[in-house]
Write a protein of this length. Structure first.
Length: 226
């Protein structure tokens, strides 16, 4: 079919509605973790203040965060069954311990142009999903996975009888996409960590009579604020 702006807009409208609905559902589903994160962030500030008071009174930081109990903090504030914080006095670092993090995930990829039988084709795929990240301490390894709706746009520039490339064919498809990452980060300050990760992604979309299956791998550099 010949591509026109109106036709492309009509095809993209259901996708846009689906993406907005997915973002709204993600906002509602992740509210409890966000509230918990805000509470933990406030408690982390209290732990940092206690460490600074200890350093001011003793001239050095404690070797273990447990030394703050009971004069500066209660045991429940640093964890009873399991530690709530990771602490590295030599690096002057205290941060939240390992655990799951829920988040929204936006991604996109493209290939082309590819030449075949005198014509050129391009494919772009993107999506939004609900992701889960797990940090494994004390190695600061992380594992991330996400799944959600995906949209593909395939554009083919066709040969005409006179050899020009002014005729195009556009196909828009919808489907599902998944993404997974594994990586490691290193703390460079009290709040920032930089690292590397390996990512794999896969999507399958369908539009009209065409189906598109895309997969790939990527090496990434990461930056995390805690």
């Amino acid at each position: 079919m010949n591509a026109t702006p109106l036709l492309i807009a009509r095809r993209l409208l259901p996708v846009a509605v689906l993406l907005v609905a997915a973002a709204a559902a993600d906002r509602l589903a992740t509210r409890p973790p966000r509230v918990e994160f805000a509470r933990r962030t406030g408690e982390l500030a209290s732990v940092r203040d206690a460490l600074l008071r200890y350093e001011n009174e003793h001239g050095k930081l404690p070797r273990q965060i447990q030394e703050l109990v009971p004069e500066y903090l209660r045991q429940s504030e640093i964890g009873v069954a399991a530690p709530l914080y990771r602490y590295a006095p030599d690096a002057r670092l205290v941060a939240m311990a390992e655990g799951l993090v829920l988040h929204a995930d936006l991604w996109g990829t493209g290939t082309g142009p590819h030449k075949r039988n005198g014509s050129y084709s391009e494919l772009a795929v993107g999506g939004v999903g609900l992701g889960v990240t797990y940090y494994l301490m004390p190695w600061n390894l992380f594992f991330t996975g996400s799944v959600g709706p995906a949209t593909s746009v395939f554009v083919q520039h066709l040969d005409t009888e006179d050899g020009s490339k002014d005729r195009t064919k556009t196909e828009i498809g919808t489907g599902i996409g998944v993404k997974a990452q594994i990586g490691k980060e290193w703390w460079v300050s009290d709040n920032w960590a930089l690292g590397v990760a390996i990512q794999g992604d896969f999507s399958h979309t369908r539009g009209g009579d065409s189906r598109f299956t895309q997969g790939g791998g990527t090496v990434l550099f990461t930056a995390t604020f805690n």
